[in-house]
Design a protein around this ligand. Sequence first.
Ligand code: SF4
Length: 218
Amino acid sequence: MNGSSFDTARKKHWSVLGPTVATNLSAKGFQAVYAESKKEALDEVLKLIPAGSSVGIPGSVTIREIGAMEALAERGCDVIHHWDPSLTGEERLQRLQDELLADYFLTSSNAVTKDGMLVNIDGNGNRVSGMAWGKNTLIFVIGLNKVTADIDEAISRTRNTATPPNALRLGLETPCTKTGCCVNCSSEERVCKALLILERATGGRKTHVILVGEDLGF
Ligand code: SF4
């Protein structure tokens, strides 16, 4: 078997796993679909967000990887995000708040269990805050590399798989940037401060989940 055969087998696995997890998410009140590719995932996002809407993007590699930032801006959406190094501290705080109040809150999740629960870890708390409640529409885009067997594995994934590269991206000095894995640190720069488990879609808003048959995000 060569590398391309492995890739094909992996894609085939995801093409059956994706609909299974989407069905389980739907049974928990999420409006879930499976997209085979980044392109299909972007099409699903654009189906949900009309031109002219405001879209809060609270820090997500996945959303950038599918090209949503550019595509939404091109269709005249007001794309609000705080990953802009030119922002002052006060401007950044304002952006964090504006993201929460946008018409759509577009993000990814750190892990999704195979039976349809979403697990997220956060440092500032802004991202999990917008996931837990809002008057706006919540949209998750999640690569199938983030599927886990259960909640314990999902929490482990948030700390051992998602956070170390994120801390490295941020240029932090947390222990996981030296060891590559979590030591449940007490570092002042610790980025694991708030853990949110969505066992069901929360009330009062629509929550969409677009699962993607690609390796996306951390
Ligand atoms: S608790 Fe500390 S060491 Fe563990 S992943 Fe979070 S920041 Fe890294």
